[in-house]
Design a protein. Structure first.
Length: 111
């Protein structure tokens, strides 16, 4: 499942996300990308990674999934993350498809 995150599709969906969401979600996305960058820079043994948004109930939360040099996969979460409430009608069809099929939206690829 996670291998799919390390493809060009992650970049494509990440780009689409910026166009189909409300201002509140856009601000959350900006903060999430900042947190993803900090996570990427803070992990020394990481080969590749992706910042994702997952949906729990009606809220999106950020997660950082890293493929380490020893081929282990670790998932990191911001314990202070309160998420952001989302109205599914504000999302474009590609984003909805990713949420429905995979339960997450890839936002930013690293490595």
């Amino acid at each position: 499942m996670w291998d799919i995150l390390f493809t060009a599709g992650a970049a494509l969906l990440g780009g689409l996300l910026g166009y189909g969401i409300a201002e509140l979600i856009s601000r959350y996305l900006d903060k999430a990308i900042e947190w993803f960058n900090q996570a990427w820079n803070g992990i020394q043994r990481v080969k590749r990674a992706v910042g994702i948004l997952i949906m729990k109930g009606k809220r999106l939360y950020k997660r950082f999934v890293a493929l380490l040099n020893d081929e282990e996969i670790e998932e990191y979460e911001d314990t202070s993350d309160e998420g952001v409430e989302i109205d599914r009608d504000e999302l474009n069809p590609d984003i909805l498809k990713a949420l429905d099929e995979d339960g997450y939206i890839p936002v930013k690829y690293y490595g």
